[in-house]
Design a protein around this ligand. Sequence first.
Ligand SMILES: CC(C)(COP(=O)(O)OP(=O)(O)OC[C@H]1O[C@@H](n2cnc3c(N)ncnc32)[C@H](O)[C@@H]1OP(=O)(O)O)[C@@H](O)C(=O)NCCC(=O)NCCS
Length: 329
Amino acid sequence: MENNVKTMMLGTGVAIPPKTLTNQDLEKIVDTSDEWIRERTGMQVRHIVDDETQNSDLSAQAAKQALKDADMDAEEIDTLIVATVTGDVTFPATACYVQDKIGAVNAAAFDIQAACSGFLFGLSIADGFVGTGKSKNVLVIGCELLTRIVDWKDRSTCVLFGDAAGAAVLGPANGDGRGILGTFMKTDGRLAHLLCMPGGGTRYPAQVAISENLNTLKMRGPEVFRAAVTAMGDAAAHILETAGLTVDDVDLLIPHQANKRIIDATVRRMKIPPEKVYINVHEYGNTSSASIPVALNEAKEKGLLKPGDVCVMVAFGGGFTWGSVAVRM
Ligand SMILES: CC(C)(COP(=O)(O)OP(=O)(O)OC[C@H]1O[C@@H](n2cnc3c(N)ncnc32)[C@H](O)[C@@H]1OP(=O)(O)O)[C@@H](O)C(=O)NCCC(=O)NCCS
């Protein structure tokens, strides 16, 4: 299996806005309580951007850190992918602004939209591009400014989300067995209505969207919860099979940090020891496509992922999308 490894993870980086929003802060904005939020979600704090910061700023910051970690110049990147649902503008792609900000002058740059599964979809594309020789070095960024699109009057959604960016640099494997062991992506568009921002596109152009309050994130929470538990289980089962792994082979599971209860249900389904599961949802809230790369970088920094360790990442998100990636670090 390891001889099939074509793509290696060369570096990671993050950008976390310094400003925080606690459950106590939220108690002053909507009718909620620290107790309710902790019990239902596990969240305590989120990081939020100031008014001046754009997606491309956070993305560029995370990208520069990942390039430094990979000991690589921006000019060496030939493909730059930003996974986001909260880009700077409707078009062009946020990746274009990031390319300019980091000086990745030799890259083809584009965005992908797979909501909270975006970073893993990006890794899957990168693996395909590097594996076929279409690309040499790919920069994948997951970045969201979700606090710009939540409805601050809707207590069922505004307490859940935060802002952040995470990035990874991928390049050709060196033959020692380290790198991407498998990827899995899936979508069920029949569930698109469960989690979306209806306004701002061609269906409800900006002016209509504003007058009908459609320019904010809408979510059917309990239905998303049920779909998420099924999707996470499916993503976990597929990646173990695709990568030829058992649960015992996994050194660290990084689930999308949407809700502690969804993570707990996934852990029970996978029958993986809880000490092998990385959780930081209490510190960041749900940062969508940034959640997994932020956790990955943090786990590396804490020494929880050493060279040779197997890390499995699983995510679900609006679309409905779900996916997973296994990597030997
Ligand atoms: C959003 C979520 C935490 C809500 O928890 P829940 O147990 O399903 O709660 P419900 O939506 O059934 O609401 C239960 C009650 O809590 C209330 N409530 C909702 N948000 C609240 C808040 N922030 N504070 C206090 N009460 C709240 C509801 O109004 C409802 O009150 P009612 O019974 O008087 O009508 C949960 O559904 C969830 O996590 N869903 C998945 C969300 C997710 O992961 N999204 C991201 C996908 S990437």
